[in-house]
Design a protein around this ligand. Structure first.
Ligand code: SAM
Length: 213
């Protein structure tokens, strides 16, 4: 993602602790209290500017959502959406998706979404891919038994790599879409990247993969 320098972003984020918690490690095991209900919690790792997670939260008030993003200059745009129109079932988290066990207890999360994750095409950067085995181990730890990852991308290389990574990890590939936008899939919520790349004519891939209990 092309980053614009936004020197005001950290200060802005600090001004909205009700949407982006300041000490998220203190919420480990306590997210239901934060949302004030026991609804399932779905997270998106690498949420970017937040369109997907915001639209999902609007469509599904019976689910709690957390958008996780590493880059301060990007998450601040997701924050703007919440400032404009607050959603009680959406929180943002400015942390590294590789360190999720610091912020979530075992079984605290019901689903992980990964959308248009950075492909890191060079072999030497494999460990940075959000579908690399160390990330999968983190997701598995915080997910309920049989928890699922729902992953979309237009990048064929990353998609094929991820199918292999899920499979080698012992996950079940429940369903695979090789051309999501020309399929019978209903209720697709577009991300910023999805709109950009599908407008260029790129095919969108999707997989639902499940951990074994
Ligand atoms: N999901 C959005 C979409 O589809 O429009 C954004 C896609 S963008 C290519 C990938 C995003 O993942 C970037 O904003 C990047 O900062 C974020 N990201 C990459 N590695 C991350 C990590 N380890 N933890 C949290 N976010 C990460």
């Amino acid at each position: 993602m092309r980053l614009r320098n936004k020197p005001e972003a950290p200060e802005k984020i600090a001004g909205y602790p009700q949407f982006i918690p300041e000490n998220p490690e203190e919420l480990k095991g306590n997210w239901s209290s934060r949302f004030d209900n026991n609804h399932p919690i779905h997270i998106e790792v690498g949420t970017g500017k937040g369109r997907f997670i915001y639209e999902m939260a609007k469509l599904h008030p019976e689910i709690n959502y957390i958008g996780i993003e590493l880059q301060v200059s990007v998450i601040v745009t997701a924050l703007d959406k919440l400032i404009e129109a607050e959603l009680p079932n959406l929180q943002l988290l400015h942390v590294n998706g590789g360190e999720l066990t610091q912020y979530f207890e075992a079984n605290e999360i019901d689903r992980v979404y990964l959308n248009f994750s950075d492909p890191w095409p060079k072999n030497k950067h494999e460990k940075r891919r959000l579908t690399y085995k160390t990330f999968l181990a983190g997701y598995e730890e915080i997910l309920v038994p049989n928890g699922e990852i729902h992953f979309k991308t237009d990048n064929q290389g990353l998609f094929e790599y991820s199918l292999a990574s899920f499979s080698q990890y012992g996950m079940i590939l429940k369903q695979v879409w090789l051309d999501l936008h020309n399929s019978s899939f209903e209720g697709n919520v577009m991300t910023e990247y999805e709109e950009k790349f599908s407008n260029k004519g790129n095919r969108i891939y999707r997989v639902e993969a499940q951990f074994r209990a």
